[in-house]
Design a protein around this ligand. Structure first.
Ligand code: 6PG
Length: 244
């Protein structure tokens, strides 16, 4: 977080309210313009939101043919593997909605190694964006979803890892994950994730309360380092909200 980018904390009653609120925000972000870009997240926190998008009434509010779907990080496994973040997003909603298939942009985990997958995904992002350098006045994404790990990681940006310092690359390979599942990862970097009109952290379980308290108190953990060109929102269920 930077001084100019104070997070807005939004506390909701429970996981169902969190999914509803996130879905509403997503629809607001994608409903205008010729095309919209959403960067999804892995883990369990977004699944309620994904399932809501798959069924009416929200399903019919998403302009499916105009929205592009990216993934902020993935495990270096085939999409058919239960550990795959894009596989999970497809099963939860992308497979059952009228999304344009060419608008779904998975991290290419069939590449030879995570570094090659990262290079290929960065090239794809640059082609989509239409430039090799991110312009703060023209964000890459309309919405970036983020999760919070129990160690304070977000995307596949783990505490004390070199990837936290990456300023040039948009995407990097992570040979060793900082926590389970211990499979190599591919992750967008902070500057690429920050290139968004809105970033929303989803915190949907009470067991995140302690780590969230540390992050909001300013401890130098990966999720605290995340920033956004646009709005930075922490969407939190009440049971996870630290005492004030
Ligand atoms: C991943 C995720 C990761 C996740 C957090 C929270 O690939 O593992 O992108 O950053 O968001 O670990 O996971 P939960 O939502 O399952 O708590």
């Amino acid at each position: 977080m930077t001084a100019a980018n104070h997070p807005q904390i939004v506390v909701v009653a429970d996981a169902a309210a969190l999914a509803q609120t996130a879905a509403r925000r997503l629809i607001e972000r994608v409903k205008h313009g010729n095309r919209a870009a959403v960067c999804l997240t892995g883990g369990s926190s977004p699944l309620g939101l994904y399932r809501l998008l798959a069924k009416d009434p929200l399903r019919s509010e998403v302009p499916w043919t105009r929205v592009h779907w990216f993934m902020g990080d993935d495990r270096f496994v085939p999409e058919s593997d239960k550990l795959s973040n894009m596989g999970a997003a497809r099963r939860a909603f992308l497979d059952s909605v009228p999304a344009t298939q060419l608008n779904i942009h998975p991290i290419p985990t069939a590449a030879n190694d995570p570094a090659e997958a990262a290079r290929r995904y960065e090239a794809e992002l640059k082609q989509f964006y239409g430039a090799d350098r991110l312009d703060p006045g023209r964000p890459l994404f309309d919405l970036v979803l983020m999760g919070l790990g129990p160690d304070g990681h977000t995307a596949s940006l783990f505490p004390h890892s070199a990837e936290l310092e990456e300023k040039q690359s948009w995407v990097v390979g992570v040979a060793k994950a900082g926590m389970e599942p211990f499979v190599p990862r591919v992750t967008l970097t902070f500057p690429a994730l920050a290139s968004t009109r809105e970033m929303v952290f989803l915190v949907d379980s009470a067991d995140k309360r302690q780590i969230l308290g540390r992050i909001l108190a300013g401890e130098d953990l990966p999720a605290h380092r995340a920033y956004a060109q646009g709005d930075l929102i922490w969407l939190i269920i009440r049971a996870a909200a630290p005492e004030r």
